[in-house]
Design a protein around this ligand. Structure first.
Ligand code: DX5
Ligand code: ZN
Length: 216
């Protein structure tokens, strides 16, 4: 089964709680929350305070994607705010093992992500310890960008490494997902698809999510 995780980056932030309820009702499996610090990526979004407020609006699984420098400093705060899963970038961590452990100690599932230009080698030793691998299919920082086809072989490589572990590890792809490329992404091994612009720019969230699932 493939899960759809709408990214609230493209939601209407003036009514975030309602937007989350709406996509949940429309069939979203997870909510993808993009946290940006203006350093690791050239954009700034939200922090733990906002996550704790939207936590009160829904029980849906919160998939928190940290695009920040020194993420280890914030794990506890995001866990307390209500994250179910916390993903950190390999490019932002000196010691991936210790941060993955810290996320787990805080009772969250732990994910690791790599940017389009980062080789799978950066995470091959940590895959056995994580619950999710996130392959970026755009340069992180902004919603609404085009899917970078060159990452498809890397999704396949990640799938192979995951299969070798014999563990149920999610393989998530994030950036530029739409009804035209969802099937290819799935065929390469992904089982969680993040979709921001595609879902939130549509007039009918239910139809958009259904269309994404139909193509899988
Ligand atoms: C990009 C974010 C993505 C983004 C996806 O930095 O990590 O989650 O919001 O949005 P779309 O689907 O619009 O590319
Ligand atoms: Zn993201």
């Amino acid at each position: 089964m493939v899960l759809i995780a709408p990214s609230i980056l493209s939601a209407d932030f003036s009514k975030l709680g309602d937007e989350i309820k709406a996509v949940e009702k429309a069939g979203a499996d997870w909510i993808h929350i993009d946290v940006m610090d203006g350093h690791f990526v050239p954009n700034i979004t939200i922090g733990p305070v906002v996550v704790s407020k939207i936590r009160k609006t829904s029980k849906i699984f919160f998939d928190v994607h940290l695009m920040i420098e020194k993420p280890i400093k914030y794990v506890e705060q995001f866990a307390k705010a209500g994250a179910d899963l916390i993903t950190v970038h390999a490019e932002a961590c000196d010691n991936l093992k210790s941060i993955i452990n810290k996320i787990k100690e805080n009772n969250c599932k732990a994910g690791v992500s790599i940017n389009p230009e980062t080789s799978i080698d950066a995470i091959k030793n940590i895959i056995k310890d994580v619950d999710l691998v996130l392959i970026m299919s755009v340069h992180p920082g902004f919603g609404g960008q085009s899917f970078i086809e060159d990452v498809l072989p890397k999704i396949k490589q990640a799938k192979k490494l995951i299969d070798k572990t014999n563990r149920n590890i999610f393989l998530e792809v994030d950036g530029g997902i739409n009804n035209k490329n969802a099937k290819t992404v799935k065929q390469n091994g992904a089982n969680v698809l993040v979709a921001g612009n595609y879902v939130f720019s549509s007039k009918d969230y239910k139809k958009a999510i259904q269309l994404l699932k139909e193509y899988l």
